[in-house]
Design a protein around this ligand. Structure first.
Ligand code: ZN
Length: 86
């Protein structure tokens, strides 16, 4: 079973997580996230990789380019996990 950090208490323990700090992941978390929040997560990921959400940044890129980047970065992360190499 996969568990994630409790979003209410950040691993401190609370009523929502029975004082465990973690909650079981029973379905895809994207089902509980709004499209607006998914966009913020997406932009935060691009910001982490050096493309800030400013003019000329992530918001000015075509959706196809953004999708291509996400696909390629996902493949790179998968290869890194499988081979242990960057
Ligand atoms: Zn909690």
């Amino acid at each position: 079973m996969v568990e994630i950090q409790c979003p209410e208490c950040g691993e401190k323990g609370c009523d929502k997580c029975d004082d465990r700090g973690f909650i079981p992941l029973t379905s895809c978390p994207n089902r509980m996230v709004s499209s607006e929040l998914r966009q913020v997560i997406r932009l935060a990921d691009f910001y982490e990789k050096g493309l800030p959400p400013v003019a000329g940044g992530a918001l000015d890129q075509s959706n196809r380019f953004i999708e291509a980047c996400e696909f390629l970065w996902g493949e790179q992360a998968h290869l890194k996990r499988v081979t242990g190499k960057a």
